[in-house]
Design a protein around this ligand. Structure first.
Ligand code: NAD
Ligand code: IPM
Ligand code: MN
Length: 363
């Protein structure tokens, strides 16, 4: 019996809509496997700015540090996207919590369910068999380097900066993962132009010597963006910097069919943070159409990576597979071949998933 305290940070937009179902899955897993999961909730992003003036209130950070794992939704609001002059911004909350919790490794698996081969805009024969695990560095790079704006406001800069230790620690994590997979690692950088990427490549080359059983490839980011859609099957573990990883994984979501399908685990020194890769999606917020599966698959990552509950994690992933196999879709992963009566809203999809989870475990 596992006893875990989980903090839920729903955030903004579709965050609360999808996180509701992630939490429901955790409750059902606890019930079915006899675990004791307790929950607390905290604010972040626009919701927190409105209530406290701070995108990451101290109380949220304290609760986060005191929990065994965090399930996060998304932050962001159109108000800030449309007004770059605003100084206090929802995304600052997310960046700060990643830094404060030392979450330097963001694992983004590109999990392609065969049932969704036709949901992608890419050809099924190109996609079938794809299985990629991205290791995106999460607490360095241009995200955290010094930001400047000239007095006349006409010049701006963000420092792209990496320290050797930051590259070493994520590289080791990525190599360890490659050892448990297909023993291939592709490190993506822009070492033909950027000094920070030359440090990155040099460091990865050094770490590679500790893992002679893993085949290492170095690729420039522009080429990687192209290879990812040309031949995604060629990739196993992809190791890359914060900004490149952010962009490549949104691109890779189209291999899995939708942004609504990609989960992630942010790990590092302490408490793990589990989050879909998508944002607050203002365009669909409040309409009961967001896909909750990315949040639910983030729960599977929490169970597996955060708590070491492999069987429970597998039950969640299998419930997703079964639900898709029965033809149920949210609109983002539906296509013209799908049965329109099985295209569901967020809540109906969440409920179907719970039904399948219950059946799978009771067999
Ligand atoms: P987004 O990921 O919110 O949405 C991109 C597109 O994907 C939209 O068309 C959206 O409808 C669709 N989409 C995303 N999640 C979906 C889901 N679960 N089901 C169905 N469709 C889904 O990215 P954006 O539009 O560039 O950003 C919107 C806001 O979210 C911005 O304020 C941005 O800063 C923020 N953002 C936050 C995070 C985060 O909190 N981790 C991540 C990305 C963007
Ligand atoms: C993500 C998001 C964030 C990022 C933003 C909202 C700060 O796009 O989690 O992928 O760029 O890391
Ligand atoms: Mn992103």
């Amino acid at each position: 019996m596992a006893k875990k305290h989980i903090l839920i940070i729903p955030g903004d937009g579709i965050g609360p809509e999808v996180t509701t179902w992630g939490k429901a899955v955790l409750e059902q897993i606890a019930f079915q496997y006899g675990h004791e999961f307790t929950f607390d909730t905290a604010m972040m992003g626009h919701a927190a700015i409105e209530a406290t003036g701070n995108p990451l209130p101290d109380e949220t950070l304290e609760k986060a540090k005191a929990s065994d794992a965090i399930l996060f939704g998304a932050v962001g609001h159109a108000k800030y996207d449309n007004d770059p002059s605003l100084k206090i911004r929802p995304e600052q909350g997310l960046l700060k919590i990643r830094k404060e919790l030392g979450l330097y490794a963001n694992l983004r698996p590109i999990l392609l369910f065969d049932e969704l081969l036709d949901a992608s805009s890419l050809k099924p024969e190109i996609l079938k068999g794809t299985d990629i695990l991205f290791f995106r560095e999460l607490t360095g790079d241009v995200y955290f380097g010094e930001k400047k704006r000239s007095e006349d406001r006409n010049t701006a800069s963000d420092l792209m900066i990496y320290h050797r230790y930051e590259v070493e620690r994520i590289a080791r994590k990525a190599y360890e993962a490659a050892r448990l997979r297909r023993h291939k690692l592709c490190s993506v950088d822009k070492a033909n132009v950027l000094e920070s990427s030359r440090l990155w490549r040099e460091t990865v080359q050094e770490i590679a010597k500790e893992y002679p059983d893993v085949e290492t490839e170095h690729m420039f980011i522009d080429n990687a963006a192209m290879q990812l859609v040309k031949n995604p099957k060629k990739f196993d573990v992809v190791l890359t910097a914060n900004l490149f990883g952010d962009i490549l994984t949104d691109e890779a979501s189209q291999i899995a069919g939708s942004m609504g399908m990609l989960a992630s685990a942010s790990i590092g020194d302490g408490t793990g943070f589990f989050e879909p890769i998508h944002g607050s999606a203002h365009d669909i917020a409040g309409k009961n159409i967001a896909n909750p599966l990315a949040s639910i698959l983030s729960v599977a990552l929490m169970l597996e990576i955060g708590f070491g509950l492999k069987e429970e994690a597998k039950a969640v992933t299998q419930a997703v597979e079964q639900t898709l196999k029965k033809g149920y879709r949210t609109s983002d992963i539906a296509n013209t071949k799908d049965d329109v009566t099985k295209v569901l809203g967020t809540e109906q999809m969440g409920q179907k998933l719970l039904d399948h989870l219950q059946q799978a475990v009771s067999i």
